[in-house]
Design a protein around this ligand. Structure first.
Ligand code: GLC
Length: 461
């Protein structure tokens, strides 16, 4: 009898041990900390790609005066409803979009499946506020994903954490109804937990119904007074689900989990150029800057602050020269087309990329020993060991490269593979001032090659 009891207790003990072991393992799997090496491996295609297309599309393309129009003009749901009732992008042709992106040299795209206005571009079963209920009546995301994949681009989804339409989304300092006391009072009992559930359900849809999703851009957190952050979105829970559904996915940094290990994959400086490689606690980290053509993300008819092709090309080069990616945004019109101004710029970039993408793809910041000369930007491909000198202002006849002497095997212009001769510099011109002993002098043609930004490719020894 006693023996039986003992075996029973022993078995009980062993079973509970096994269960708790199993539990701790499965929890570990969810929060598992990959090594730095594993993370770099997971992000390898992205780091090499360097250049992607952001697409901001939604009902706000109709007012055509900024994707925050509902917030800026403090519109009620009723006032905004007309856009929903009339939305009909009849010229939508995702194959064409994908071709344009590919031709521009972009390697991935990220589309707003839902922006802050709350309107969904796919046929979500958790809301009626979606494209399939507009006059257009069809899902926009499926054909887009297919078209871009067919052109060989990787797929990314943007999903807004904010939602200015959802009935359980509590009014906060960014909500269009923020100044309306009556509305605030009326909606006092909105339950953020229910909204977080909605977010989780929708993100699950996005990560299960469209095949492999390569990146996810969640936007954004604003903790503090009248704001929202990780507890509201239930960020950690959400992140675990995301990683479980798409283990290879690359996620941005706006879930308010900056201090949580594994809480983000890359930093996202927006609409400005960082002074140097973005660092966290003194360590260089993966980063992607998202930039607009003209300031607004959504289609903005009357905005005339468009950057030039040259400015955009330099922006791409500078980003890569600091070890980052560029996600360049297009805001399609409500007919479903790219703005002419966007097409012109993308074509211009593509023309340059056709001859110079070698100084972009797979490239990064140049090793520290190579100092960037005046009016130049350097990028470097560590695999091929080639260094790229982007010359922003064409100098007369000579270009001095400090720190390069003895290190270069061969030099050529990238656009036509024509040789550039070089010698170790002794003195600089008639002033006979001494140049550092490790300076290389390139003999440049007098005329600037006929490309927007000429590049010299240096084959290192
Ligand atoms: C900001 C804006 C938004 C835009 C995003 C892109 O967070 O709220 O309109 O989508 O930046 O990164």
């Amino acid at each position: 009898m006693l023996h039986r009891k003992k075996t029973f207790l022993f078995n009980f003990f062993m079973i509970s041990l096994l269960i708790s072991l199993f539990l701790s393992v499965s929890v570990k799997v969810c929060t598992s900390q990959e090594t730095e090496q594993q993370k770099m491996e997971r992000m390898k295609w992205w780091t090499k790609a360097r250049f992607g297309m952001f697409i901001h599309w939604g009902l706000y393309a109709m007012p055509a005066r900024h994707e925050w129009v509902k917030n800026r003009e403090r519109m009620t749901d009723e006032e905004y409803q007309k856009y929903f009732e009339l939305f009909d992008p009849d010229l939508y042709n995702p194959e064409e979009w994908a071709r344009i992106a590919k031709k521009a040299g972009m390697k991935y795209f990220v589309v707003t499946t839902k922006h802050h206005e709350g309107f969904c571009l796919w046929d979500s079963k958790y809301t009626d506020y979606k494209v399939t209920n507009t006059p257009y009546g069809k899902d926009l995301i499926k054909p887009m994903v297919k078209a871009f994949r067919n052109e060989g681009l990787r797929v990314g989804f943007y999903y807004s954490l904010l939602d200015w339409h959802h009935p359980e989304y509590p009014v906060d300092r960014f909500h269009p109804m923020r100044d309306n006391k009556e509305f605030r009072e009326k909606t006092r009992n909105r339950d953020i937990k229910k909204y977080a559930e909605y977010v989780s359900n929708q993100v699950r849809e996005l990560l299960t119904q469209f095949g492999k999703i390569d990146c996810l851009f969640l936007d954004f957190s604003f903790p503090g007074k009248d704001g929202k952050g990780r507890n509201d979105w239930q960020s950690e829970r959400l992140l675990k689900m995301i990683r479980k559904l798409q283990p290879d996915i690359i996620i941005n940094d706006r879930l308010d989990l900056l201090d949580v290990p594994g809480g983000w994959d890359f930093r996202t400086p927006e609409q400005f150029m960082p002074r140097e490689w973005v660092k966290v606690n003194g360590k260089k980290v993966p980063w992607e800057t998202c930039q607009t053509f003209s300031g607004s993300w959504g289609y903005y008819r009357d905005q005339y602050t468009w950057k030039s092709v040259r400015q955009l090309i330099v922006m791409l080069i500078e980003t890569v020269s600091k070890g980052g990616n560029l996600l360049l945004n297009v805001g399609p019109t409500a007919r479903g087309t790219f703005d002419k101004r966007a097409i012109e710029r993308l074509e211009g970039i593509g023309e340059w990329m056709k001859f110079h993408s070698r100084s972009i793809y797979g490239c990064t910041e140049a090793p520290e020993q190579f100092k960037k000369p005046d009016n130049c930007l350097l990028t470097y491909n560590p695999e091929t060991r080639r260094l790229y000198v982007h010359i922003l202002e064409w100098p007369p006849g000579r270009l001095y490269l400090d720190g390069f002497a003895g290190k270069v095997k061969y030099a050529q212009l990238l656009n036509d593979a024509s040789e550039i001769r070089f010698t170790k510099a002794r003195r600089s011109s008639v002033l006979s001032e001494k140049v550092p002993g490790n300076t290389l002098m390139l003999r440049l043609p007098v005329r600037k090659p006929d490309v927007i930004v000429p590049v010299i490719e240096l084959f290192l020894k």
